[in-house]
Design a protein around this ligand. Structure first.
Ligand code: ATP
Length: 453
């Protein structure tokens, strides 16, 4: 990989030389005034620019430098500008930061510090570029609402496009949380039925004795508690799409009734005497092995064949290449927006942890994890610890002695304060330290003394 390009805007030849020397890890381009600086920005779009505020024709003031800063921002909003200013120009340097400069360093600058600040600015720029790329990719999702770049998922999306306009009954296979309902909705959205209702029912979530009435509806007085006529979900979906989730959990007697509906396309409400024709497209889903259930006598073979005119299998998240990070960014964007938080950036370790985890709960688990991290993390970054993934805490456990000591100190101090009910003298005794030492410790860890009650 080539060196990162840096633009140094500086009119003093000696200083130019010094900067070139201390930034030899970068591909340094130099400009001596505003016009040539803007030419170089247009040409190279550098991630980072160092800017001397005193530029000709006003080398002793800051007006030319500040104007250059403004124009660089207009041309390249992501470019990080680091102000290099003389001692007397501190106020102007702060003004530049208020105008959006990334940071400032005073001359004579310390090479190591400047190097660190530039490296950090480059890193931030890189993350923002990555972020833009992810936003772009998310916007180009293969089907509305479905985010993926995995070849098997893209093939599935092409399958959805083909099947959606037909009347075929579709069976979706996939683990829990892998997106079965999302695909069912896509089938509906892309069909001629999309202006009518999409009605979903989860056979596993409704007690067996209530499921029949939920599906087919009932007449007033059909059974105790049936105070009024109620339409079933199948009838409600008339003209639209009916999605039966967890079909493997349907009891055998009801399976017979569903089969009859699929054959005749009429329903009878419980307690009703007439047959009602209903026109729905049926989509069902399961994470179970229906063929094995047929062998065990728990699922009707004829119903299984009726339901699976077309089978679409949704791969688990762990087998999709690249989708973990892609979806993590997608949900980060969504939840930063809905929770009114500025756009956060994933720390590289957080992305590594997301890539390494198996996600047994699939996309739903990932979505919940990112939502929690967006809500819980402080500051502009989502770190690996914010994700709360098993195994990550261990991987990220500090080995730095000061950090470990600090954490232990904090733990035992809080414990002593709790045991002594906030009494500083007693807590100091328990800890075997003097009162001032305990105060120092509390101050160091940001723990305030408990107010007297
Ligand atoms: N490829 C994807 N792109 C964007 N969001 C997705 C994707 N797959 C799933 N989701 C989201 O993940 C969550 C779970 O998806 P969904 O409810 O469709 O899964 P499911 O397989 O039907 O789950 P279950 O088997 O538990 O009913 C939903 O919020 C859904 O919007």
């Amino acid at each position: 990989m080539g060196k990162t390009r840096l633009l140094v805007v500086e009119d003093d030849a000696g200083m130019q030389k010094q900067l070139r020397w201390c930034l030899d890890g970068y591909d340094v381009v130099v400009a001596g005034d505003r016009d040539s600086a803007l030419v170089q920005v247009r040409r190279h779009m550098p991630p980072v620019v160092t800017l001397d505020l005193g530029l000709p024709p006003n080398p002793d003031g800051a007006s030319e430098g500040l104007a250059t800063l403004q124009q660089i921002h207009a041309l390249a909003p992501d470019t990080k500008v680091i102000i290099l200013s003389g001692n007397q120009q501190r106020a102007n340097a702060l003004k530049a930061v208020a105008m959006g400069a990334y940071d400032f360093q005073q001359k004579p600058f310390d090479a190591a510090t400047l190097g660190l600040v530039i490296a950090r600015a480059c890193k931030l720029h890189e993350m923002q570029q990555e972020n833009r790329r992810m936003l772009q990719i998310a916007a180009e999702s293969p089907l509305a609402g479905i985010v993926s770049r995995d070849p098997a998922m893209l093939a599935l999306c092409r399958g959805v496009e083909k099947v959606a306009p037909t009347s075929a009954t579709v069976m979706l296979l996939g683990e829990s949380g892998s997106g079965k309902e999302l695909v069912a909705r896509a089938l509906h959205q892309m069909s001629a039925r999309h202006e009518r209702r999409f009605v979903a029912i989860n056979c596993a979530a409704i007690p067996a004795d209530l499921l029949e009435s939920e599906l087919f509806g009932h007449e007033k007085g059909a059974f105790t508690g049936a105070g009024q006529q109620t339409l079933g979900k199948i009838e409600m979906a008339d003209g639209g799409t009916f999605f039966l989730d967890e079909i493997g959990d349907m009891a055998l007697p009801l399976q017979a009734k569903l089969l009859r509906f699929l054959q005749e396309r009429v329903i009878e409400r419980i307690g009703g005497r007439s047959e009602i024709a209903v026109d729905v497209r049926v989509v069902c889903a399961t994470h179970q092995d229906l063929a094995a259930m047929v062998r065990d006598g728990r699922f009707r073979e004829d119903l299984m064949y009726r339901l699976r005119e077309i089978v679409l299998a949704i791969p688990p998240l762990r087998s999709r290449s690249g989708d973990r990070a892609l979806l993590a960014h997608h949900f980060r964007n969504r939840y930063c927006r809905s929770e009114n938080r500025p756009l956060m950036v994933f720390a590289p370790e957080a992305l590594a942890a997301i890539e390494a985890y198996e996600w047994p709960g699939n996309v739903r688990e990932l979505e919940n994890c990112i939502k929690r991290a967006v809500i819980m993390s402080d500051g502009p970054h989502i770190g690996a610890d914010d994700l709360g993934l098993p195994g990550v805490a261990h991987a990220a456990a500090p080995v730095n002695l000061r950090q470990v000591r600090d954490a232990a100190e904090y733990k035992v101090m809080v414990m002593a304060l709790a045991r002594s009910d906030g009494n500083i003298v007693k807590a100091a005794d328990l800890l075997g330290v003097s009162r001032p030492t305990l105060y120092d410790l509390m101050h160091h860890h940001g723990v305030k003394p408990q107010p007297a009650t």
